[in-house]
Design a protein. Structure first.
Length: 274
């Protein structure tokens, strides 16, 4: 049985996909790597984000390439100005094209996007932060959530599930979830500010933080997000974890930590099949 995420090769572009999502036949989805684009260092090569200083024409060319792979056009993209917050937007056809051609037109102040509209290509962007894919196969609803340490501490994944319940009557126990490639506990050393935020927010903070010095600990954002999603009612049998560290695998992934902030972004892409 295929578990976790699998790397699929589409010629130049490669995608990490979740077999359980594919099995439903309801979605096209994937997490891009840094491979297969046209960008130059330090954005080599498939940077999909406008806000990181890359040439906008290069970003647009990369995005068009990904859209073609998904059988759609840039006009179908919906993206957000991610701020490490807890806001989740429910989007429909009126949002088509938001953030597709520039950062300015992306949905402001938003780290999660949910829709029940087929054909909208939800796109969120990453270099170490945790991408969470959500699919309610019964009501045909999808969600995409960007969770760095701040969003994780604020339970942004649970917020998206809650919004799907309230808006579309989704049953968390029947939703499928994928926690994608992102910085792992192997590489994510954090300081007192971050440690304090998790210690005050979660009874189980000792399960996700390991002291390395008197001031620093390693943080497991994968397990933290998993636990938050299970507390929100997700069935552990319906969760897939990539267990791929973006910082350990910089041949495949952009890593904010690994590049000291000067790098591109991968995309978590999901669309209900039109
Ligand atoms: Zn690592």
């Amino acid at each position: 049985m295929d578990r976790g995420f699998v790397l699929k090769d589409y010629g130049s572009i490669k995608l990490y996909e979740i077999p359980s999502f594919n099995k439903t036949g309801l979605v096209r989805h994937g997490f891009t790597t840094r491979i297969g684009g046209v960008g130059a260092k330090p954005y080599d090569t498939l940077n999909l984000a406008f806000h990181v200083g890359d040439n906008p024409e290069t970003v647009t060319a990369n995005r068009e390439k990904v859209c073609r792979l998904f059988g759609t056009r840039l006009e179908a993209v919906v993206s957000a100005q991610q701020v490490h917050g807890v806001n989740v937007a429910v989007v429909d056809d009126r949002h088509a094209g938001c953030g597709a051609f520039s950062e300015e037109t992306a949905i402001p102040d938003t780290d999660g996007i949910v829709t029940a509209r087929p054909g909208l290509l939800l796109a969120t962007f990453y270099a170490d932060c945790v991408p969470i894919f959500i699919l309610d196969p019964l009501n045909k609803v999808i969600g995409s959530v960007h969770a760095g340490w701040k969003g994780t501490a604020a339970r942004v994944g649970a917020r998206a599930i809650e919004i799907m319940e309230d808006t579309f009557n989704s049953d968390p126990g029947r939703c499928l979830v994928g926690i994608g490639p992102s910085i792992g506990p192997c590489c994510y050393e954090v300081d007192e500010q971050v440690i304090g935020a998790f210690r005050s927010e979660f009874d189980w903070w000792q399960e996700i933080l390991w002291p390395v010095t008197s001031e620093k600990s390693r943080l497991d954002l994968w397990k933290a997000n998993l636990k938050i999603l299970l507390e929100a009612g997700i069935d552990p049998d319906n969760v897939e974890l990539a267990h791929m560290c973006s910082c350990c695998n910089q041949n495949l992934f952009f890593s904010y930590r690994g590049s000291r902030g000067n790098t591109g972004r991968m995309g978590a892409i999901i669309m209900l099949a039109p």
